[in-house]
Write a protein that binds this ligand. Structure first.
Ligand code: HEM
Length: 510
């Protein structure tokens, strides 16, 4: 009898679960929004996990289903949008309803003590952004110019060898090493020399972090499919790493090769460095120091979310970070800056190699500035102000990132409170994901010149505020501001759309 009751309860639970799942798949139909057919349990993930490019697939579906269509990650509904008015509502006007990103296993894991700016939510995010925003001010970046220039000069020493032999070489690899040196010096406080030491362990570990697509880890996939169990999968991932780390200490040369993931390895190194820096009296101007100045050993109580749309003007937010948060953010800057910036530089080089007219214009502007400034020191060490005064450089960079929006997949917003956007009901938990390729190549937004052509001057015409968003948009955009574009390239996520290699050959001008 008891067996029969138990069996009936389990059966009812399974049937209810299946019924709720099926019902969820009516989400877009009930709103008259079309989209590719989801399959039971997976939603559209089975397709998305197997396509070569997530962003290109979204653009393909936009051609078929229109400017707003629906997808499912497991049972989570995703609005895929290339309608800029809708996006303006979500990213700017209704920011308080859409202040967080899509939930991932890492977001769940990072919630609480360990959260960094990218993953933090609500009032914790607001406090962190309040502290970190000034760290990326023009003044602070200016103070870091010499650290950055040293790394660029190291790269410049290498390039003449290639122009003399006129051999083709993969410049992307050199950019990666240079970018990592910059990040380690500015963010990490370690004077690495990866450009001359290819075996550097930090370079290897960072390379490994990007080589493996974390979204495809089995525990990450499970967390995406069943978000309600995300905390459990996240903690299993953490446990797996703690066990591997301790086993590798006990059996350092075991044939079983116990290893924590590269991300966890990096986190522990950052922890050691922060400890050293906090104990040392020596000061240096870098991102780590700027954050350590705001670090507190005390517990920080965040007030309940007050739905403020502004960050800088809100004086009630405490200007403090915990040590755990400093560690997480140093790690974040390292990962957020490395792949994005080196890839952007690689695309910029690709464009210059293919457009001699653009190359010439940029060269003229640079030559002109150096002639005007005259001083030998400025020529060797161009600073932030000099680079800010180059209008063609600015539109060139903007056009590179319009055609190659490298971090488009990380731009999304999760609905926090049921609301209405442009007449469509969006419920708590649903995600809005812009289809950036369609937006950036939309002739209505970017014409009359063909958006498929590299034409920097198109940025001289005023466009829709949401037509260009390689750094996202609204209060939760990239922490390095738009007016610091060029320094972004100097300063420096598997979400980055990157080429494998960029082979070029150099010729001496004189
Ligand atoms: C070409 C270079 C870069 C590109 C294309 C880029 C792109 C992006 C994008 C698309 C986002 C998401 C924005 C949104 O959701 O609206 C983002 C966020 C972020 N980026 Fe960047 N980024 C770049 C460089 C950097 C650098 C150098 C750093 C720091 C060292 C950085 C730190 C961050 C942080 C901390 C966030 C999270 C902001 C928040 O949630 O409040 N990025 N970035």
């Amino acid at each position: 009898m008891l067996t029969l009751i138990l069996f009936s309860v389990i059966l009812i639970l399974i049937v209810t679960y299946i019924f709720i799942q099926f019902k969820q798949y009516d989400y877009f139909k009930s709103r008259n929004i079309s989209g590719p057919t989801p399959s039971f349990f997976w939603g559209n993930l089975n397709t998305l996990w197997h396509v070569k490019s997530y962003s290109r697939q979204l653009a393909e579906w936009t051609k078929k289903y229109g400017r707003i269509y629906g997808l499912f990650e497991g049972t989570t509904p995703l609005f895929i949008v290339s309608d800029v008015e809708f996006l303006q509502e979500v990213f700017i006007k209704q920011f308080s309803n859409f202040s967080n990103r899509k939930m991932t296993v890492f977001t769940k894991l990072a919630n609480g003590k360990r959260a960094h700016l990218f993953g933090a939510e609500g009032s914790q995010w607001r406090r962190q952004r309040h502290v970190i925003n000034p760290t990326f001010s023009a003044l602070k970046l200016k103070q870091m110019s010499s650290l950055i220039n040293d790394c660029i000069n190291e790269l410049m020493k290498k390039l003449p060898n290639y122009s003399e032999t006129r051999e083709e070489f993969n410049i992307y690899a050199l950019y990666k090493r240079m970018t990592m040196d910059v990040i380690c010096r500015c963010g990490f406080g370690v004077d690495t020399d990866m450009q001359n030491n290819e075996d550097n362990i930090y370079l290897k570990k960072c390379g490994q972090v990007f080589a493996s697509d974390v979204r495809k880890l089995p525990l990450m996939k499970l967390g995406t499919l069943i978000p309600s169990l995300g905390v459990i999968f996240g903690n299993l991932l953490l446990l797996q790493n703690i066990v591997a780390r301790n086993l590798s200490k006990i059996f350092p040369s075991s044939i079983l090769n116990f290893q924590e993931t590269p991300g966890f390895w990096l986190r522990h190194r950052v922890q050691d460095i922060i400890q050293m820096r906090s104990d040392s009296a020596k000061q240096r101007v870098d991102l780590m120091n700027l954050m350590l100045e705001a670090a507190s050993r005390e517990n920080i109580e965040d007030k309940p979310d007050n739905d403020t749309n502004t960050i800088d003007r809100d004086q009630s937010v405490p200007k403090k970070l915990t040590y755990e948060e400093v560690i997480s953010n140093v790690m974040l800057f390292m990962l957020a800056g490395y792949e994005t910036t080196s890839t952007a530089l690689a695309y910029a080089t690709f464009v210059l190699a293919n457009h001699s007219d653009v190359q010439q214009k940029l060269q003229n502007e640079i030559d002109q500035h150096f002639q005007d400034s005259g001083a030998e020191e400025t020529i060797r060490n161009p600073d932030y102000d000099l680079v800010q005064n180059m209008p063609f450089m600015e539109i060139f960079v903007k056009e590179v990132l319009r055609m190659y929006p490298i971090a488009s997949t990380v731009i999304n917003r999760r609905c926090m409170h049921n609301t209405d956007v442009c007449g469509i009901k969006v419920t708590e938990g649903a995600v809005v994901q812009p289809d950036l390729y369609t937006i950036h190549y939309d002739p209505e937004l970017w014409g009359p010149e063909d958006p498929n052509i590299f034409y920097p001057e198109r940025h001289l015409t005023k466009r829709h505020p949401l037509a260009w968003m390689p750094f996202g948009n609204g209060p939760r955009n990239c922490v390095v501001k738009g007016d610091q574009l060029e320094s972004k390239f100097n300063i420096n996520e598997a979400a980055v759309i990157a080429p494998e290699e960029v082979w070029i050959h150099l010729e001496k001008r004189y």
